[in-house]
Design a protein around this ligand. Structure first.
Ligand SMILES: [Mn+2]
Length: 450
């Protein structure tokens, strides 16, 4: 077998707009609109970088495992961008294989825009195309496309069933939700990890799950993740997988970061500020300074990203808590950080704060409050029992109050007058709400004392 290299990408979501910081915390004049421009162009820049990688690594072919477009057929801009990318690859004889997913199930309208010769789009029935280099077949790509926006069939099993033994290296290309490996994603084209072992495929090129990762080690089944993370919850490096097949058909595959915009969640403990400060007190100046240092440090390591967008999660007990809880103060702090960061944009990577999530609590002596035999102590104990019951339903039985409260809430969400307007929060969201309510409650009790 002749050794070869191929590139596997998925979930390009061409046309997706990345939601950045609001104008209140990053006005366009702060950086001449540089950040907004990058967010708008990121998915297209990622595609250019993908093509560059294929050419640089002399890849024999490029696999696209669905959700190439964000919307059914793709906009004119998305169609032309994909066409240009294929044409660039075609000049070097690199073929492109595209199995459609739930977002791009319609592909583009080929009657309006002619498809490039080197692009193979898989049908809804599935088929196999030889893939190679300079007329020599190196692999057989078996792919299948979704038939609509809500594919229910196990397409992996269907592909595996059609794959007999072959001399050529065999690849399965599809967009699917693997059980156990696709939490938080809609279940389209569901399949089991065991499905990959049936049939005689050597590599499963998957798409759908936006976090990159290996689903099965033998045979290799991989989600390359979204080529460009689409929002703050798609943090860390994003890109594609580069796979090298040796003369014995053994495959080594590794992730290659390509996304021009990188998202990161940064946790910061406010309590640490007062411990580090010589005066033993935390202050806004020391908070601002500490956050800027962390952000700049992360920016240094964000290559090849051109922009780093962060959510700052402030935790811990702090006397700054009640001040930061006022929305206009939090916005002002975010704005100040962004202005300071924009002032240093000569760096290779723009750094911006998308938002600040406040998970801190007031600097009151919670332990003493909890023990106190008054309304505050009672409230705190009940609220914490409720949070414990939410976070650990199997935990020790409380006095029945948490369950009664949940039953009351259930009535609210089930009420036909509310159902259409109120989304039912899950346990984690309810616990977060309850925590915020505790802090608010303590603040109000505190204010009442004065
Ligand atoms: Mn997707």
């Amino acid at each position: 077998m002749q050794p070869f290299t191929f590139v596997h990408a998925a979930d390009l979501h061409l046309d997706a707009v990345l939601p950045g910081p609001g104008a209140k915390v990053l006005p366009a004049e702060a950086d001449g609109g540089a950040c907004v421009r990058l967010l708008r162009e990121a998915v297209f820049m990622a595609l250019d970088r993908l093509v560059d990688l294929c050419l640089r690594e002399k890849a024999a072919f490029l696999l696209l495992a669905g959700d190439v477009f964000h919307r059914d057929e793709g906009s004119l801009k998305a169609c032309f961008a994909l066409r240009e990318a294929c044409l660039r690859l075609g000049e070097e004889g690199v073929e492109v294989f595209w199995a459609r997913g739930n977002h791009d199930f319609a592909a583009w309208n080929t009657e309006i825009l002619s498809p490039p010769d080197n692009l193979r789009v898989f049908s809804r029935e599935g088929e196999a195309f030889p893939a190679g280099s300079r007329g020599k077949a190196l692999a057989l790509v078996r792919g299948i496309s979704h038939s609509g926006p809500g594919e229910r069939e196990n397409l992996a099993r269907k592909l595996a069933a059609g794959a007999g033994p072959e001399k050529l290296f065999q690849i399965g290309l599809l967009h699917c939700a693997v059980r156990g490996g696709s939490a938080g994603h809609e279940v389209y084209a569901p399949c089991e990890p065991g499905d990959f072992k049936t049939g005689s495929l050597d590599y499963w090129a998957l798409g759908h799950v936006h976090a990159p990762g290996v689903v099965s080690p033998a045979p290799l089944a991989i989600y390359p993740g979204s080529l460009q993370g689409l929002h703050i919850n798609e943090s860390g490096p994003h890109g594609c997988y580069l796979a090298r097949v040796d003369a014995l058909g053994r495959t080594r595959a590794f992730p290659v970061p390509l996304a021009p915009v990188r998202w990161e969640n940064i946790e910061f403990d406010l309590h640490a500020l007062s411990e580090e400060d010589a005066s033993g007190r935390d202050s806004l100046e020391s908070l601002e300074k500490a956050l800027l240092e962390i952000l700049e440090d992360m920016g240094e390591k964000a290559a090849p990203a051109l922009a780093l967008l962060c959510r700052l999660e402030l935790r811990g007990r702090s006397r700054l808590d009640s001040f930061l809880r006022r929305e206009e103060n939090l916005d002002e702090l975010t704005l100040r950080l962004n202005l300071a960061l924009a002032g240093k944009d000569a760096r290779p990577c723009l750094i911006r704060v998308k938002d600040i999530a406040l998970r801190s609590s007031p600097d009151s002596d919670l332990e003493a409050l909890r023990r106190s035999d008054n309304l505050v102590g009672e409230t705190l104990r009940k609220a914490e029992a409720f949070i414990r019951a939410l976070e650990d339903p199997e935990g020790p039985e409380e006095d029945g109050m948490p369950l009664r409260l949940l039953a009351e809430l259930e009535k609210l969400y089930a009420d036909p007058r509310c159902k259409d307007y109120l989304a039912r929060p899950d346990s984690a969201e309810l616990a977060e709400l309850a925590r915020a309510a505790v802090v608010l409650c303590l603040d109000l009790f505190e204010a009442d004392k004065c």
